[in-house]
Design a protein around this ligand. Structure first.
Ligand SMILES: *[C@@H]1O[C@H](CO)[C@@H](O)[C@H](O)[C@H]1NC(C)=O
Length: 190
């Protein structure tokens, strides 16, 4: 997948949760999320996740993702996202968010999209557990404007991990930006 696409999405969901828990923050307001970059983490881990992003326009990105796993991915897998905030000269640790069950988390926060992704990866039924092997989703288009319009302005880095028994199994790094909407933005800029 899928999993990488899902990790992108779950990271965004984590950011939403973050936004809700920091209502006092003056940097909070309506805007639009953007994935600045997506790629491998510095650490080399057991399971490989590859994801390539293609910009469609200001609100949509296409993701092509590949997951290679030699284990079935079930309820024994969890999720952790280490978030930092880009400030002058570096990325300062900001928050760590985690859930011990990846399938349960996905079911709770992204059930519809998960069905879509898993279906696009050819899983029938489109649900966990994800069988071992290689799974590919080509050019899955994601609409950022579907995300709730309340976030913390700024640029963030996120390492999204799949974990099992407290061991990091796979990781994807994202740089995300949340900024005020500019209605007159050109869609063909790059
Ligand atoms: C961006 O691309 C998506 C997917 O092709 C399309 O549905 C949407 O209307 C486009 N938005 C704009 C503002 O062109």
């Amino acid at each position: 997948m899928i999993l990488s696409t899902l990790l992108v999405q779950l990271s965004l969901i984590f950011f939403e949760a973050l936004s809700v828990t920091s209502m006092g923050d003056s940097m909070l307001g309506p805007g639009l999320w953007r994935v600045v970059s997506v790629g491998p983490c510095e650490q080399q881990l057991d399971m490989t996740l590859d994801v390539v992003r293609r910009k469609v326009n200001r609100t949509h990105d296409g993701f092509t993702a590949k997951l290679t796993t030699d284990e079935e991915i079930d309820d024994s897998f969890g999720l952790r996202v280490d978030i930092c905030k880009h400030v002058d000269g570096g990325c300062k640790p900001y928050q760590v968010l985690a859930d011990e069950s990846l399938p349960r988390y996905v079911q709770k926060y992204a059930a519809d999209n998960a069905r879509d992704f898993l279906g696009a990866a050819g899983l029938d039924p489109p649900d966990f557990p994800i069988p071992k092997g290689e799974h590919v989703v080509k050019n899955y288009v994601f609409d950022y404007s579907e995300l709730p319009e309340d976030g913390i302005y700024g640029e963030f880095g996120a390492d999204a991990y799949i974990v099992k028994e407290e061991k990091d199994i796979a990781c994807l790094h994202l740089d995300l930006e949340y900024k005020e909407k500019e209605e007159e933005d050109d869609d063909d800029e790059e």
